[in-house]
Design a protein. Structure first.
Lengths: 382, 333, 262
C-alpha cells in the first residue's frame, strides 16, 4: 500500500509497529487464554491518541484519516485481533455515528471524551431475532413526553460491559418497520440499563461480547441520535464504515499468520532441510501473501474513497468479504505448514485461525456482504 | 595544543577512595613497553591527583613509572570533572607531554574528553592497541587502534598535529606489570595552588542494589538468543548445573526476558570465559563483539548460515532446545 | 526550563553484519535509529518539561536524511528541531563535532543541555563532555536517574561501574544520559497528524561562521589512518548432529576444557 502512504502514514505505521511490539504482542496469548479484556492496552491507546484517529482535532480527535485508522486496526490485529476489534467497534460503530449525526451538544458531551479515550464506545443493533435481517427489531422506545422509555435487549454486543457509551437502535414507530427505527445514545449508568450474559467464544476471546438489557430505561430526548425514524439508515451507514475496520482486522490477522508461518518454516527442519526450502512451502506462502495483498488493497480503496468523500459502501463490503474469507484461508493454510505443532496451543497460529472466523460473521456475514454487493450491482446496471 | 618539544608518555593514575584503579597500573606497563621501542626511549610519567597520596605515589613507582607528578590538595580527594581538568590543563602546559593515556573508566571517559577540548587536542576513545611506527624509530607518532561498530571493524587513529596525543584505554586489555624490586622513579610535587570549583556537588555514594551479576568473571557462560526464548528456564538450569552464568543477546534484553547485567556484546559486557555456549544466537556483530575472545565457543543454531558459526570453535546445527534438554539430563544423571 | 537535547541518527548496529567476501561492513539495508542513549535524553527532557514547564529543543548534526529522525522526535513531543548540516562539516571528529554543536547551542537559549552518553556506532562518549567544555558549563555524565529539580538546581544519580553517586548542580549544566534512564514514550498520533505545522530549522556554516581550521576533516585533531576488519573467521567444526550426539560432543568439549570437572 506504499503508493497511498504519505509521510504521516509512514510515521504512524512506525509508531504502531513499535506500540504493538511492546504493548500488544507480549500479552496477546494471555488475553486469549484468560479471556481477558485488554483494559491496560486500551488505556495506553488512549494515552497515545489511538481512540480518535480519523476525527479532526477540533472535535477532540487526533486529526488522522481513514487510511491511518485502517492501518491501526490492521497492525493491532496482526498481533491481537481482540485489541483490533475493540478499536474498530469503538471508532467505527460508536464514535463515527455521533460525529456524523450528533448535535453539537451530543458531540461535546459524548464524542469528545470518546475520541480522547476517556470513554469507550459500543454499538447495539443485533437482537436475538434480528441478525442479518436487522428489520426484525423488537427493542422499543416509547415517547413519554420529555423522554423516551426504551425496553428490549441487544445481542452479541462488542465492548459491552467495558463501554461507557452505547449507540443503540430502537423502534419509535413499530408499524413502520425499518422506517420506524431511531438511534439513541445510552450511558452505561442509566437506570434500567444492565449488561446481561457474557458469551463464551471461539475466538477474539479477550473482547467482551455481552447482551444488553434495557428495562424501561429513561433516555432524555436530547439523546436521540439523528432524526426520528431515520435510525435504520444511520445504522446501515455506520455498518458501511465499520466494514472497513473489520476488513482491516481480517487483513491484520492474515498478515500475522503469514509472519508466524514465515518464521516457523525457516527454523523447522524435515528431511534434513528447513521446510522453507521446499517449493510447496514457498508456493503456499506466495499464494497467501498475494491474496492478503489483494485484501489489503480492497480495504485501502474503501478507506481512501471514504477519505475522499466518495461512495464506498460497495467497496467496503467487497473489502470485508474478501479480507474475511482470506483471513480464514490464510490462517488455515498457514497452520497446515506448522503440522502438528500448529494444532497445539504452544504456537499463536491456532489462535489466529480461531480469531479469523468471526470476521466472516460479524458486522454482516459473508452472505450479507454479497447481498450488499449484488444490491449495488443491480443499482449500477438497472 | 601545538608544541614540538613533547616528551614522555603521561599516564593518569586514577584513585578512588585512595585506592589505585587496576587499569592505571596496566597503563604504566603498556606505556613502558611502547616507550622502549624508540631510538630515544621515552620516559613514563604518572600523574596522581588526590589528598594524602604518599603511599599511592610509592605504589606507582613500584610498578616502574619513571616519575610521578603529584598534586595533593584536600579538595582534590575525590574525582571532580572541573577541578581535575583544571589541574591536568596546568600539567600539560607545564610539562608538554607527548602522549597522555587514561583508563577507559567512567572517570577516564568523563575527564579525558573535557581535557582534550580544553587543550585543543585529539582524543581516541577506548583503545585496545598502541604502537609506534616500526619503520621510523625516531617518530613518536602513536598509532592507536580501537574497535568500532561493535568490535569487528578496527580503526587506527592518529593525532599528528596536536599535542598531547590523548587516548583512553579499555580496562583489562593490557597485562598488569610486575612490581620492580628496585624502583628508580622519583616523586615530583606539583605545588601550584588550585581553587575549588564546586559547581557540581557530591551528595552521597550509593552502593547499587541491583543484582550484581558478574558474568565477566564466569568460567562458563551459557548464553541465550532469540532462538531459545521459549526455554529460558532450561538455559538457567544448565548454567547453574555447570557452575556458570547466563548470558544473553540484546534481543532478549530488549524484550525484557533477561536482565541487562546478563547482556553480552557491544552494548553489554565483554566476556572471555573458558567456555561460551551460544544457544539460538544468530551472531550479529553486536553480540560477537563481546564474546569472540572466549577460549572455546560452542554455538548451537538451526540456521547453518548463522554468522555465530564464524566465531565458534564447535558449531552444532540443531535445535538448541533439544540439545540442551539432553545435555541437562546427561549432566544431572 | 529551556532544554537542548543533542541527538544522533545511527545505524542499528545490532542489525549489521560482515560481508565475508569483501571483509567490509554491510551497511546497505541497515535501518537507522535514534541513538538509544540520546532517546533517553529526549525522554528525560520531555519529563522535565512536563513537571517544570519549559521547552525542549533538539539539535542534531548529520546529512539531510537526518530530517526523518527529527520528524520522529517531533512526533514524540519535542517543541523544536534544528538540523546542522553542511558538507564543510563532513569528516569532523568528536572535537570538531563538539565545536560545531556548541557554537549552535550558543545561538539558542538554554538552561540545561542533555546529550546521550555515547553513540552506538562510535562508542566514544566524548561529545557530551567536550560540548560542556566549549560552553564553559559543568557536566555530569553517565546519568542513571534524575531525582529532583528545585531552586534552579538539578539532582541526579551518576552511574559508576559498581556504585552510584548522587550529585547536584545549579543550571546551566550538561548531563549525559544512559539508555536505562527511562522508557521512551511512543510517538503520539496527534503529533504525527499535525506534522505539517512542524518545521525543521536548518543550520549551515553560513549560520555558524566557523573557521575551516576547526571543522570537518581539516579541523579534526584526530584522523583515521586506516580501518580493517578483524578476521574472526575460525576453523569452525560445523556439524549437523542429533540432540544425543550434540550433547555428547558438548560434554567432550567441557571435559577437555575443564579438566574433567563437568
Amino acid at each position: 500500500m506504499e503508493f497511498v502512504m504519505n509521510e504521516k502514514h509512514r510515521l504512524f505505521d512506525k509508531m504502531l509497529k513499535e506500540f504493538v511490539e511492546k504493548e500488544v504482542k507480549p500479552i496477546a496469548k494471555d488475553v486469549d487464554e484468560e479471556e481477558r479484556f485488554p483494559e491496560e492496552t486500551v488505556r495506553k491507546m488512549a494515552e497515545y491518541g489511538l481512540m480518535g484517529i480519523p476525527f479532526s482535532e477540533e472535535t477532540g480527535g487526533s486529526g488522522g484519516d481513514m487510511v491511518s485508522y485502517m492501518l491501526a486496526v490492521m497492525r493491532l490485529s496482526q498481533a491481537c485481533a481482540t485489541t483490533g476489534v475493540v478499536l474498530s467497534a469503538h471508532t467505527s460503530l460508536c464514535a463515527w455515528p455521533i460525529s456524523e449525526y450528533g448535535t453539537d451538544a451530543q458531540k461535546q458531551k459524548y464524542l469528545k471524551p470518546l475520541l480522547k479515550g476517556e470513554y469507550l464506545g459500543a454499538f447495539g443493533l443485533t437482537e436475538p431475532d434480528a441478525g442479518t435481517d436487522a428489520s426484525m427489531q423488537k427493542t422499543i422506545a416509547v415517547d413519554k413526553g420529555d423522554y423516551y422509555e426504551i425496553s428490549g435487549s441487544k445481542f452479541f454486543i462488542t465492548n459491552a460491559g467495558y463501554a461507557d457509551i452505547y449507540v443503540i437502535t430502537a423502534l419509535t414507530d413499530p408499524e413502520a418497520k425499518t422506517r420506524g427505527i431511531s438511534t439513541f445514545i445510552l450511558e452505561k449508568d442509566m437506570e434500567g440499563f444492565t449488561i446481561g450474559k457474557k458469551e463464551m467464544k471461539m475466538g477474539i476471546r479477550g473482547s467482551s461480547t455481552c447482551e444488553l438489557i434495557m428495562d424501561k430505561v429513561k433516555v432524555p430526548k436530547t439523546n436521540l441520535l439523528g432524526r426520528l425514524n431515520k435510525g435504520f439508515s444511520v445504522a446501515m451507514k455506520t455498518l458501511d464504515g465499520g466494514r472497513i475496520g473489520i476488513a482491516a482486522q481480517a487483513v491484520g490477522i492474515a498478515k500475522g499468520a503469514i509472519d508466524e508461518a514465515y518464521d516457523y518454516v525457516k527454523e523447522r527442519k524435515q528431511f534434513g532441510k528447513a521446510i522453507a526450502s521446499f517449493q510447496n512451502t514457498q508456493f503456499t506462502l506466495a499464494d497467501l501473501e498475494t491474496n492478503t495483498e489483494a485484501a489489503l488493497l480492497l480495504t485501502v480503496q474503501a478507506a481512501l474513497l471514504k477519505d475522499q468523500g466518495k461512495p464506498f459502501a460497495k467497496q467496503a463490503a467487497m473489502a470485508k468479504l474478501h479480507a474475511a474469507q482470506n483471513a480464514m484461508n490464510v490462517t488455515t493454510r498457514a497452520l497446515q505448514l506448522f503440522g502438528g505443532y500448529g494444532f497445539t496451543r504452544e504456537y499463536d497460529i491456532e489462535r489466529m485461525m480461531r480469531d479469523a472466523k468471526i470476521t466472516e460473521i460479524y458486522e454482516g456475514t459473508n452472505e450479507a456482504q454479497k447481498m450488499v454487493i449484488s444490491g449495488h450491482m443491480r443499482k449500477e446496471r438497472g | 595544543m601545538k608544541y614540538t618539544d613533547g616528551k614522555d608518555i603521561f599516564v593518569f593514575i586514577e584513585q578512588r577512595d585512595n585506592s589505585i584503579q587496576p587499569v592505571s597500573i596496566e597503563l604504566i606497563g603498556e606505556a613502558k613497553r611502547i616507550a622502549k621501542t624508540r631510538n630515544t626511549p621515552l620516559q613514563v610519567t604518572a600523574v596522581l591527583i588526590g589528598d594524602d597520596t604518599d603511599d599511592l605515589a610509592k605504589e606507582v613507582l613500584d610498578y616502574g613509572a619513571n616519575k610521578v607528578v603529584v598534586v595533593d590538595q584536600s579538595h582534590l580527594k575525590n574525582y571532580d570533572t572541573l577541578n581535575y581538568t583544571n589541574v591536568l590543563e596546568q600539567i600539560i602546559k607545564t610539562y608538554h607531554p607527548e602522549i597522555f593515556l587514561f583508563g577507559g573508566t567512567v572517570i577516564g571517559r568523563d575527564l579525558a574528553p573535557r581535557l582534550s577540548a580544553r587543550v585543543f587536542t585529539g582524543l581516541t576513545a577506548d583503545a585496545t592497541h598502541l604502537a609506534f611506527d616500526e619503520d621510523d624509530l625516531d617518530s613518536n607518532l602513536l598509532y592507536v587502534t580501537r574497535p568500532a561498530f561493535g568490535g569487528n571493524l578496527l580503526a587506527t587513529i592518529l593525532c599528528s598535529d596536536h599535542k598531547p596525543q590523548m587516548s583512553t584505554i579499555r580496562p583489562g586489555v593490557f597485562d598488569k606489570p610486575e612490581k620492580t624490586d628496585n624502583p628508580q622513579g622519583k616523586v615530583i610535587a606539583f605545588n601550584e595552588h588550585f581553587s575549588n570549583d564546586n559547581r557540581v556537588e557530591i551528595i552521597e555514594k550509593v552502593e547499587r542494589k541491583v543484582d550484581m551479576v558478574a558474568i565477566e568473571n564466569a568460567n562458563i557462560i551459557v548464553s541465550a538468543g532469540r532462538g531459545v526464548k521459549h526455554c529460558l528456564p532450561l538455559i538457567k538450569s544448565l548454567a547453574s548445573i555447570m557452575g556458570g552464568e547466563v548470558g544473553s543477546s540484546r534481543a532478549l534484553i530488549d524484550e525484557g526476558l533477561i536482565d541487562k547485567p546478563h547482556q553480552v556484546g557491544q552494548t553489554g559486557k565483554n566476556v572471555k570465559p573458558s567456555i561460551y555456549i551460544a544457544c539460538g544466537i544468530s551472531g550479529a556483530i553486536q553480540h560477537t563483539a563481546g564474546m569472540e575472545k572466549s577460549n572455546r565457543i560452542i554455538a548451537i543454531n538451526t540456521d547453518e548460515q548463522a554468522p555465530i558459526f564464524n566465531v565458534s570453535d564447535l558449531g552444532i546445527i540443531a535445535d538448541a532446545k533439544a540439545v540442551l534438554t539432553h545435555l541437562e539430563s546427561r549432566l544431572t544423571k | 526550563m529551556n532544554i537542548i537535547v543533542l541527538v544522533k541518527q545511527v545505524p542499528d548496529t545490532t542489525e549489521m553484519n560482515i560481508d565475508k567476501e569483501t571483509g567490509t561492513l554491510i551497511r546497505k539495508g541497515v535501518p537507522t535509529i535514534v541513538n538509544p542513549d540520546d532517546l533517553a535524553g529526549v525522554e528525560a527532557a520531555l519529563n522535565l518539561k512536563e513537571s517544570h514547564g519549559g521547552k525542549v529543543t533538539v539539535l542534531s548534526m548529520g546529512p539531510p536524511q537526518t530530517a526523518s529522525m527529527l520528524k520522529e522526535l517531533y512526533a514524540r513531543g519535542v517543541d523544536e528541531c534544528f538540523l546542522i548540516s553542511d558538507r564543510a562539516f563532513a569528516g569532523s571528529d568528536t572535537w570538531a563535532t563538539s565545536k560545531i554543536l556548541s557554537t549552535a547551542i550558543n545561538m539558542l537559549d538554554y538552561d540545561l543541555v542533555i546529550a546521550g552518553r555515547q553513540a552506538i556506532d562510535g562508542d566514544t562518549a566524548q561529545v557530551g563532555p567536550q560540548v560542556a567544555e566549549f560552553l564553559n558549563i559543568p557536566q555530569i555524565s553517565y546519568i542513571e536517574s534524575i531525582d529532583d529539580y528545585k531552586d534552579n538546581t538539578l539532582f541526579v544519580s551518576k552511574a559508576y561501574e559498581t556504585y552510584s553517586v548522587k550529585m547536584k548542580c545549579k543550571l546551566p549544566c550538561l548531563i549525559t544520559t544512559l539508555s536505562g534512564l527511562n522508557t521512551p514514550r511512543y510517538m503520539h498520533a496527534k503529533h504525527i497528524f499535525n506534522m505539517d505545522a512542524k518545521e525543521i530549522s536548518m543550520l549551515t556554516n553560513e549560520d555558524l561562521k566557523l573557521e575551516k581550521s576547526v571543522i570537518g576533516l581539516k579541523g579534526s585533531p584526530t584522523k583515521v589512518f586506516k580501518t580493517s576488519v578483524k578476521d574472526v573467521q575460525k576453523d569452525t567444526v560445523k556439524l549437523r548432529l542429533s540432540p544425543e550426539e550434540a550433547a555428547q560432543k558438548i560434554l567432550d568439549t567441557l571435559q577437555k576444557e575443564d579438566g574433567g570437572q563437568a
